[in-house]
Ligand binder design. Structure first.
Ligand code: LRH
Ligand code: MN
Length: 393
């Protein structure tokens, strides 16, 4: 499809203008692998500087108005002041990510730990995160548990599920009316035998048990190779249990690379299910978040590139001729139906997105605009001293 007709262009551009992508505070900070964390110049030293960088991404892209926080990496004395600062910068604070995967006490698990004292400590952290949400005005409590075992027999799989369910119940019951609990699953790592929330089915079952304010987060790097993620998207959307995404991409495991970098066709297929399920609009309540680590590449340009990758996949998904697709599917026209999808996928949507940015008063090329802005040179100088932020692992 070379140039969409006027009605199609109007429908597509209206949807793209309403798109909202949340960037993660930790992607602006130092990160790495167990082998090495390579520090970079200009990296933020505190949550305020992380928010300033996120605000720069929003100023250049126009579609990244919220920043996810991670506790304790983003712990501050005054969360209301942090929220005020974010607003001043033109963004707001998004999901609050709990962290029960870095304390020595959690060697054998956090909320699933055999020791009730350790479980209590972990649950109290989840409750503290809801207190923080009350002060930041955040809607989502995002929970990922590294909990699991490394050897068969190490612990009782069913007993750990009972402990997990009890902890989730306590956190869920603490939520306010407009707050949600988003449960993230991951196949393995750091546990290498059994992870307590390993897949979408386990997360879905726990969210069903909890209630309407509990939904599943799909981290695109958390599946076994070959997993059809768009099937999971379609299934959870249909069930009203898809709360959001942690977007990134991978060639092998949880590589946390830029979304769309390793498999842009997969991202297109995922966004196709979102568009097909009429779930792109903000009112549908899906949190489109990035969860990435820029271990060797410059962080802010990488996040801008990632936002653009999501926009491009979304634009292609919106260009799918839904009527032609439905007709081919009804007719059992296998190749015809696939061709309709591929036609949209092979459409170069970059000119359309560049026009959209220009219409919004933004530079058509945010990456070039960032390079010309002098922002990096400024933060490199301003942030020369002090302790750079990171995962503290
Ligand atoms: C776990 C995970 C989770 C976060 C962390 C930063 O791999 O995807 O979403 O808490 O990364
Ligand atoms: Mn994640």
């Amino acid at each position: 499809m070379t140039h969409p007709d006027a009605p199609t262009r109007a429908r597509v551009t209206q949807a793209l203008r309403a798109q909202r992508i949340e960037t993660p505070s930790w992607a602006y900070a130092n990160s790495g692998t167990r082998f090495k964390v390579f520090p970079q110049e200009g990296v933020p030293r505190d949550p305020y500087e992380k928010i300033a960088d996120a605000a720069m991404v929003h100023r250049l892209t126009g579609v990244a108005p919220t920043v996810a926080l991670h506790i304790p990496w983003d712990r501050v004395d005054d969360y209301a002041d942090l929220a005020r600062y974010a607003t001043e910068q033109g963004v707001t604070l998004g999901a609050i990510n709990a962290n029960v995967f870095q304390d020595n006490d959690y060697r054998l698990g956090s909320v699933t730990n055999p020791d009730p004292g350790v479980r209590r400590k972990a649950i109290d952290h989840l409750l503290e995160c809801v207190d923080i949400m009350d002060r930041t005005g955040s809607r989502d409590l995002k929970l990922w548990f590294s909990d699991g075992t490394n050897y068969p027999g190490q612990d009782d799989i069913r007993a750990r599920q009972d402990r997990l369910a009890a902890a989730l119940r306590e956190a869920y019951d603490r939520l306010g009316d407009d707050q949600r609990l988003l449960l993230e699953y991951k196949l393995f790592e750091p546990a290498f035998y059994a992870t307590d929330v390993p897949d979408w089915g386990t997360a879905y079952a726990h969210c069903l048990e909890l209630g309407p304010k509990a939904q599943v987060v799909i981290d695109t790097g958390h599946h076994a190779p070959g997993t059809n993620i768009e099937f999971i998207v379609a299934f959870l959307l249909r069930a009203g249990k898809l709360g959001g995404f942690d977007f990134n991409s991978r060639f092998y495991a949880d590589d946390d690379l830029m979304v769309g970098a390793a498999d842009p066709f997969q991202l297109f297929r995922i966004m196709r299910e979102i568009v097909g399920g009429n779930a792109l609009r903000p009112e549908a309540g899906i949190a489109f978040m990035l969860d990435q680590c820029h271990n060797i590449e410059p962080k802010i340009p990488a996040i801008i590139r990632s936002v653009l990758n999501v926009q491009e996949a979304t634009a292609k998904a919106l260009l799918v001729d839904a009527d032609a697709l439905a007709a081919a599917q009804r007719a059992g026209d296998v190749l015809g139906a696939n061709a309709v999808l591929m036609d949209a996928y092979h459409t170069d949507v970059r000119p359309l997105l560049a026009e959209l940015r220009a219409e919004a008063g933004l530079d058509p090329d945010p990456i070039a605009a960032y390079a010309r802005s002098g922002y990096f040179e400024r933060i490199r100088t301003e942030r020369a001293g002090g302790q750079q932020a990171g995962w503290g692992a």
